[in-house]
Design a protein around this ligand. Structure first.
Ligand SMILES: NC(=O)c1ccc[n+]([C@@H]2O[C@H](COP(=O)([O-])OP(=O)(O)OC[C@H]3O[C@@H](n4cnc5c(N)ncnc54)[C@H](O)[C@@H]3O)[C@@H](O)[C@H]2O)c1
Length: 390
């Protein structure tokens, strides 16, 4: 099979992600077919695609002629049968394995044998989705980040049966859509959603212990870590419903490894529907006239907070490398391009010194006596043999 600009692309599910993915493909010159089981979702997608290209024209990022070409390339269809001639189909429906498996079975009865079937799932097993297919070899994860048309990273996740040819062709086409691709193994959270967990979880833990409030922790991470947003600001932007669900899913799928345990603080926000910006309240109050809390600008405290969160992130990144979830380069690329970290975590570890990180993690482990703080065996071995990641 040879994918090229004449290849037709199918997108199933026209919500936030499906609409963004359709836009990315159309911007790269591909003809796209978009299907949704809900007609009003299709209408909404049409309106938001138009609004998105209009915005790009207003900002001078594209001409109105280019914008109308993009719109023309996206076909909204009411039947999956329109996907018959597609070479790649990306599914972006509800995050439910049974619903996804049903769509994949239906698609297989429509498309040719060499059509690539991809899922944009954030947390489900690619192998599990593929398990209902007659040709599981052609099923792959192609995981975009939200908003898909703006975020540069795409994780490519082969399932257990996916062939090398399908991996290479998927990567080639997504590269042609001007995205940065990384290859991840089919494990819970793939690269980004696994390694990023301590950015949220350890920050909440520090708050729960009464060490600092939200504003101080956010300030520490921005001031000393140069992160664009603090953990609580970011969770409020992502939505505590989504962020909590991802945490819980990664934790349960990793067989309740305590390192990924969700927090009661965030669960309560989730239950109270304090999702963050979109509901007007999360860790912070976004109602008009609300008082913006000020951080305690204690440098010593802030550095301790920043190091504790950063070392837990590096520990995760090191373990992901050790467990062969991705390559050294892809782990660093994923965190800088997928969640805007100021540096790749493994490169950052080299700068700080592996021994210093091991010592700090060991102190946490000894103090708390919790498995959550166990140091990656890779970091320990590297410290012993004075190795660096690069
Ligand atoms: N939102 C994110 O930040 C994000 C990021 C990366 C990946 N994802 C993943 O992308 C997928 C879609 O997420 P979203 O945020 O776009 O969801 P969404 O709720 O915005 O959109 C889902 C769409 O799928 C449609 N749909 C549901 N069941 C269907 C079916 N059986 N057939 C056809 N259409 C169906 C719905 O009508 C809806 O329009 C999920 O698997 C999610 O985990 C989401």
């Amino acid at each position: 099979m040879n994918l090229n600009r004449q290849s037709k692309i199918g997108v199933v599910g026209s919500g936030a992600m499906g609409t963004g993915i359709a836009q990315v493909a159309a911007m790269a010159g591909y003809e796209v077919f978009v299907f949704d089981s809900n007609d009003s979702a299709l209408e909404k997608s049409k309106t938001s695609l138009q609004a998105s290209v209009n915005k790009a024209v207003e900002k001078g990022k594209m001409t109105s002629a280019v914008a109308s070409e993009i719109i023309k390339r996206v076909n909204y269809v009411s039947f999956l049968a329109h996907f018959k001639t597609c070479s790649l189909i990306i599914e972006a429906i509800v995050e439910n394995i049974v619903a996804k498996q049903k769509i994949f079975s239906e698609l297989e009865s429509i498309v040719s044998n060499d059509c690539i079937l991809a899922t944009n799932t954030s947390s489900l097993s690619i192998t599990g989705v593929a398990s209902v297919c007659k040709i599981p070899q052609r099923v792959i994860g192609i995981h975009f980040f939200n908003p898909a048309h703006l975020m540069p990273l795409v994780e490519i996740i082969p399932g257990l049966s996916t062939t090398a040819d399908i991996i290479a062709n998927s990567k080639k086409i997504i590269d042609d859509w001007r995205k940065v691709t990384v290859i991840a193994s089919d494990t819970p959270g793939f690269i980004v959603n696994r390694i990023a967990r301590p950015f949220y979880g350890e920050a909440i833990r520090i708050y729960e212990e009464g060490i600092a409030d939200f504003a101080t922790i956010d300030w520490a991470m921005k001031e000393f870590g140069k992160f664009k947003m603090g953990p609580f600001e970011l969770m409020d932007m992502i939505g505590n419903d989504i962020n909590y669900t991802v945490t819980e899913t990664v934790w349960t799928q990793l067989f309740y490894d305590s390192r990924y345990k969700p927090s009661i603080t965030q669960k309560r926000l989730f239950e109270a529907k304090h999702f963050g910006r979109k509901t007007g309240r999360g860790y912070y109050d976004y109602s008009s006239g609300a008082i913006v809390p000020k951080p305690t600008t204690d440098e010593q405290l802030a550095k301790e907070i920043f190091h504790r969160v950063l070392f837990m992130l590096i520990n995760e990144a090191a373990d992901a490398l050790y467990m062969k979830i991705a390559s050294r380069e892809d782990i660093d690329l994923a965190m800088t391009k997928g969640v805007n970290y100021p540096k790749g975590l493994l490169r950052w570890a080299d700068e700080i010194g592996i021994q210093k990180i091991v010592n700090a993690l060991q102190t946490l482990f000894d103090d708390y006596g919790e498995d959550r703080y166990r140091c990656s065996i890779l970091l320990k071995r590297m410290a012993n043999s004075k190795q660096t990641f690069y």
